[in-house]
Design a protein around this ligand. Structure first.
Ligand code: HEC
Ligand code: HEC
Ligand code: HEC
Length: 116
């Protein structure tokens, strides 16, 4: 009887471990992220909404890794120029979408940056 219980416990533990590993491998990141924006103020960013639309993570993550505060850390190390992501990713795409008349993201300073 006791052996049965410990077998069941073992199996459950293995399943849980597997599930946790699987979720970790597919880390999507938070739905919403406040991107560090220096003195211009943080940039509230709907991450999940962009993932749904864009499909390819590398449209953004070829430039910075899938890590918390990745952009700020890279800027601090001098590996990324301030405003580079903003200009060459965020605003570039929003302007292109605007030109084609599709729904687009903000293109003016204060619609992205929020002073706290
Ligand atoms: C439109 C741009 C964009 C796309 C596309 C995108 N991301 Fe991100 N992602 C970001 C930004 C911006 C951050 C925040 C970086 C920072 O705070 O410096 C981020 C952060 C993350 C983080 C770390 C979050 C944290 O704070 O722990 C993960 C994980 C992540 N993304 C996964 C993904 C995956 C998986 C995909 C594709 C399914 C994806 N992202 C697509 C822009 C994007
Ligand atoms: C589509 C959203 C968006 C718009 C519009 C936008 N920004 Fe940004 N801005 C960002 C993001 C995201 C960052 C952080 C990533 C980076 O530095 O490229 C940033 C970073 C910056 C930084 C660098 C902060 C630092 O200390 O590293 C400055 C300065 C800045 N923005 C000023 C402006 C000004 C001025 C305007 C209007 C002309 C503007 N931004 C419009 C999203 C935006
Ligand atoms: C490849 C294209 C693309 C890139 C890159 C991109 N966006 Fe967007 N973004 C969009 C589109 C399209 C929308 C409009 C979605 C809608 O209204 O349905 C949008 C909407 C937004 C909105 C408004 C969301 C709302 O609920 O009104 C914000 C804020 C935003 N983007 C910020 C950013 C920031 C910050 C970056 C850079 C880290 C970025 N975007 C990069 C395509 C892009």
């Amino acid at each position: 009887m006791n052996r049965h219980i410990s077998m069941i416990t073992l199996v459950i533990t293995l399943i849980l471990t597997f599930c946790m590993a699987a979720t970790h491998a597919a880390n999507q990141g938070p739905d919403r992220i406040d991107i560090y924006g220096g003195r211009s103020g943080k940039v509230p960013f709907p991450h999940a909404q962009h993932q749904d639309r864009i499909n390819d993570c590398n449209v953004c993550h070829s430039v910075f890794p899938q890590e918390t505060e990745a952009i700020r850390k890279m800027k601090e190390k001098g590996m990324l120029k301030p405003k580079k992501v903003m200009n060459l990713q965020c605003i570039k795409c929003h302007k292109e979408e605007k030109k084609t008349g599709k729904p687009h993201g903000p293109v003016t300073c204060s619609t992205c940056h929020v002073k706290s």
